[in-house]
Design a protein around this ligand. Structure first.
Ligand code: URA
Length: 188
């Protein structure tokens, strides 16, 4: 870890049923101590908005690694392992029903799978009783800006639509009247 940078913990709604986990903060995130506020964050916000999700209200956003790696390099396996207890605690506290993994570092940290994001994206996984959806990382989408059908941006929008639809179903099931009382069914 680089001690000259500050911890970037989260942004968004800590009561959201949807959590998004990215890789690590970049320069802008380090400056503002908030995840996904730079160019990747703008891309993420636009994609979320395209399926009717608001990054401040509907999602809790964090990263696997809480400190900006030197020169924006990919976090090492050791950094991921050292950060994992903090991430696990965040997940337990927020207790989301759905988790979106943005990019291969988040997939590796949570699912323990290295590589293969192109095959994993768009397919639901079960992790500790929570629905998990791997997605391309927004930085990858910035490098692949084609708007064509079947290109990474269009695929990511369709993956997020699946997320939106499942979130809607969970929200509908959240309050079930039982003998005149309201019971919460957290995960579906
Ligand atoms: N990329 C990430 O993975 N996280 C951020 O917070 C910003 C860019």
């Amino acid at each position: 870890m680089n001690p000259s940078v500050q911890a970037v913990v989260s942004r968004g709604n800590p009561h959201a049923k949807l959590m998004l986990i990215g890789e690590a903060p970049g320069a802008r995130e380090d400056e503002l101590a908030k995840p996904f506020v730079g160019r990747s964050g703008q891309t993420l916000e636009r994609l979320m908005e395209s399926v009717g999700l608001n990054c401040d209200q509907d999602v809790y956003i964090c990263n696997v690694v809480k400190f900006r790696p030197p020169k924006n390099r990919r976090p090492t396996r050791q950094e991921i392992a050292l950060s994992f207890p903090w991430l696990q605690q965040q997940i337990e506290l927020v207790d989301p029903a759905l988790i979106v993994l943005a990019g291969s570092t988040a997939v590796e940290a949570i699912l323990g799978i290295r590589g293969g994001i192109s095959k994993l994206r768009g397919h639901w996984q079960d992790w500790q009783g929570r629905w998990v959806m791997p997605l391309f990382h927004p930085a990858y989408l910035l490098r692949n800006p084609s708007q064509a059908e079947g290109a990474p941006i269009a695929l990511t929008k369709s993956d997020l639509l699946q997320v939106r639809q499942r979130l809607n179903r969970i929200n509908q099931q959240a309050v079930v009247p039982v003998l005149g009382t309201a019971r919460c069914q957290r995960k579906s």
